[in-house]
Ligand binder design. Structure first.
Ligand code: F6P
Length: 341
């Protein structure tokens, strides 16, 4: 069967570079005389009532001038109906009505689970492009949006550092990442955070031990004249997050900390070069994979080369923060602690 029409949607938490990926898919498809239909609002664009127009043909004009834009031209959403048979049947019906031969989904693990569920109801080709700031998809070194989110986190914490230095304050900065510490560790290292608290180096059983250790190390750093002190912490790690940790440090050791939740600022902004280039390579590779008859796979990059990973393998959450990064943070922390004024 020849490939004539590709459907495309962006789903889940948006990530800077999604627009670059949409553009690459449209350009590569047009090069092969394949039409691309964009579905709006994630999988909701497939399961909406028929009278609402949530799909349109993506022309070259439509995707010009978007490579530098954050967010996503196609909008994004999480779609509860894709967890239900009714929704999956509706999605399959919409794809068939639009004569879609292949579906491209740019998103993260939840979006790919939706695709895997859809395969039992729709027989077209399907391919995932990893678009999430969390970098938590297996088989690819990086996901689209991660590099920008890390840069955004760094820029924000550099600014926090200025005011922390001025007031000799302790800050606890909470970073996104859902259940993975890729953003937290990378930002922490790049900002010379005095502490990085993440899933890889913290266990909930050791909560009180960690609290005691933090109190001791903060006291030592203050005694050694460190003017500011920044703790970066992964969201969903400490029960109650940065705010609760600040409260506990106060109650437990009379230490005043200022909590700061960076939040959705990390999802926005113009994608950095790395994300634009990764998105472009992945968009082109996705179209080529579909032309080659591939399906149920995710485009991935390993050591600068494009690969295809089975969708169900990509969502196993096995990709950990590299041990070198964790060790580097610990060694630097030990050296910083020895610095006296
Ligand atoms: O998956 C991307 C992400 O930004 C996570 O880092 C975060 O935990 C989650 O989405 C937030 O989702 P929402 O915007 O729906 O609150």
């Amino acid at each position: 069967m020849s490939l004539k029409r590709i459907g495309i949607l962006t789903s889940g938490g948006d990530a800077p570079g999604m627009n670059a990926a949409i553009r690459a898919v449209v350009l590569a498809a047009h090069h092969h005389q394949i039409e691309v239909i964009g579905f709006y609002h994630g999988f909701n664009g497939l399961v909406c009532e028929e009278h609402i127009v949530m799909a349109e043909s993506l022309t070259l004009l439509k995707v010009s001038g978007i490579i530098h834009l954050g967010g996503t031209l196609l909008r994004s959403a999480r779609c509860q109906l894709m967890h239900e048979e009714k929704g999956l049947k509706l999605a399959a019906k919409t794809l068939n009505e639009h004569n879609i031969d292949a579906l491209v989904v740019i998103g993260g693990d939840g979006s790919f689970s939706g695709l895997l569920a859809l395969k039992h109801y729709w027989s077209g080709q399907m391919i995932g492009i990893p678009g999430t700031i969390d970098n938590d998809l297996d088989g690819t070194d990086y996901t689209i949006g991660f590099a920008t989110a890390v840069n955004t986190g760094i820029e924000a914490i550099d600014k926090i550092r200025d005011t922390a230095d001025a007031f000799e304050r302790i800050f606890i900065v909470e970073l996104m990442g859902r259940h993975s510490g890729h953003i937290t560790f990378n930002v922490g290292i790049a900002c010379a955070a005095e502490q990085v608290l993440s899933f890889e180096n913290f266990s909930i059983e050791k909560q009180s031990e960690t609290l005691q250790q933090l109190a001791t190390e903060i006291a030592e750093a203050k005694a050694a004249c460190h003017s500011s002190y920044i703790i970066v912490i992964a969201e969903n790690l400490w029960p109650g997050g940065a705010i609760e940790l600040a409260k506990q440090l106060h109650q437990h050791a009379d230490i005043e900390c200022t909590p700061c939740i960076l939040g959705h600022i990390q999802r926005g902004g113009s994608p950095v070069a790395k994300d634009r280039i990764l998105a472009t390579k992945m968009g082109v590779a996705a179209v080529q994979a579909l032309i080659d008859g591939k399906s149920h796979v995710m485009v991935a990059e390993q050591d600068n080369a494009m690969h295809l990973i089975a969708l169900d393998e990509a969502i196993k959450h096995k990709k950990l923060v590299s041990k070198q990064l964790i060790d580097a943070q610990q060694n630097i922390l030990a050296l910083t602690a020895q610095t006296q004024c």
